[in-house]
Design a protein around this ligand. Structure first.
Ligand code: NDP
Length: 380
């Protein structure tokens, strides 16, 4: 019996990035129509991917680049728009059924909330908005009737392991981490940008690759898990698993553990977010366990990677702490990539921003945006 699967037109926010490219590949294989694609400044890449995907609309985040985008799309039949408001309009267009949120960083917050309020299926890779304003994203999704389906491989794994279960049954969520390029490097004081940009198992954009090297990516994911699954951060455990085959696990109260496994290829969780609740044929084969050999697990080294303790502290404090942690990390990573600070300064900048934070309980969106801007201005 053939099954009728709904085909929602997609809006891909951050289509020119690493997740964006994998999403375009998955959409093409599944035959999903793409309504809109967006980018920040890379006009030529955006125009090319809009034409390739058969999109109706392309949006460039930087408004100054609108004329250039219009020229690049002349005669293609793809409409051009620009600016932050246009990103939100693309994510809420009536033609769009599902939004893949794949902008990097806090810049994705407004279109993510807009998509949630508009009741779209929100396939979310962009973890920073969940970290900085998780309760507000969830409230927008509740108000709009949006389904949030995680794309981050760890959260996709947990989402799958939790299907059919209640959160009260959960003893612990176990997030696995590859450990990044410096898992076995004792002295991190002199590591270079080039070394930090080489990830052992995943191929990703530059910001998340640096976050993986500092374990800040896993730290943000602890907060992301608390938000998405309603399990407090102290029951979200991080384990280093260098093979990146077990994408995460759920330990239940009766001692049984469910895990989701697969090869490290983001097309698998992206496809699942788009086809949920069904697993459909895809481009990535299952792991061949006989050839894989050992799967190993170890505790993370919290002394060398203080990002984990900083994230647990921010999760426990709540309020503006997660937003400040995120903003300080974003500016610190940008400064490291630009050669302005050293690797270990990233931890010091985030630690100082949290220490100096003047907090507000249950912050509004305005409070969060103000704290984000103030942190960027102060620690950049
Ligand atoms: P990339 O850097 O590869 O791509 C980022 C995308 O966002 C690009 O399309 C970029 O446009 C766009 N963008 C950047 N800044 C802005 C802005 N200010 N306004 C609007 N658009 C903007 O990132 P990744 O694909 O690696 O990551 C995207 C998100 O997904 C991140 O939050 C990351 O943590 C998360 N994630 C990524 C994974 C991966 O495998 N890469 C895995 C799990 C989660 P332009 O090209 O014009 O700069």
């Amino acid at each position: 019996m053939s099954e009728v699967v709904p085909v929602p037109a997609l809006c891909i926010l951050g289509a020119t990035g690493s997740i964006g490219a994998s999403t375009l590949d998955v959409a093409q294989r599944l035959g999903l129509p793409v309504y809109a694609v967006t980018a920040h400044r890379r006009v030529a890449e955006l125009a090319a991917c809009a034409v390739r995907a058969g999109a109706r609309l392309a949006v460039i985040g930087d408004p100054a680049l609108w004329p250039e985008l219009r020229r690049a799309l002349a005669g293609s039949g793809v409409a051009a728009a620009a600016g932050p408001q246009a990103l939100c309009e693309a994510a809420t267009a009536p033609e769009v059924g599902a939004v893949v949120a794949a902008i990097v960083g806090a810049a994705g917050l407004a279109p993510t909330i807009a998509a949630a309020r508009a009741g779209k299926r929100l396939c979310i890779a962009n973890k920073e908005p969940l970290v900085m304003a998780g309760p507000l994203v969830l409230a927008a999704a509740r108000a709009g009737g949006a389904q949030i389906v995680p794309v981050d491989s760890e959260h996709s794994a947990i989402f799958q392991c939790l299907e059919g279960h209640r959160v009260e049954e959960v003893a612990e969520l176990i997030l696995t981490a590859s450990g990044g390029p410096f898992r076995t490097v004792r002295d991190l004081s002199a590591v270079t940008v080039e070394q930090a940009l080489v990830h052992p198992t995943w191929s990703m954009g530059p910001k998340i690759t640096i976050d993986s090297a500092t374990l800040m990516n896993k730290s943000l994911e602890v907060i992301e898990a608390q938000v998405l699954f309603g399990v407090p951060a102290e029951r979200v455990r991080v384990l280093i698993h260098p093979q990146s085959i077990v994408h995460s696990m759920v330990a239940f109260r009766d001692g049984s553990v469910l895990a989701q496994l697969g090869l490290p290829d983001m097309r698998t969780p992206i496809q699942y977010a788009l086809t949920w609740p069904r697993h459909r044929p895809g481009p990535v084969p299952a792991p061949d366990f006989a050839r894989l050999g050992a799967l190993t697990f170890e505790e993370p080294d919290r002394r060398r990677f203080p990002s984990l303790d900083l994230a647990y502290e921010a999760a426990r404090r709540g309020g503006l702490a997660p937003a400040v942690l995120n903003a300080a990390n974003e500016v610190a990573v940008a400064a490291f990539l630009a050669g302005r600070v050293r690797f270990l300064d990233i931890f010091a900048i985030v630690e100082r921003a949290l220490r100096e934070l003047d907090d507000v309980a249950e912050p509004s969106l305005e409070d969060i945006l103000a704290a984000d801007a103030a942190t960027r201005a102060r620690y950049a």
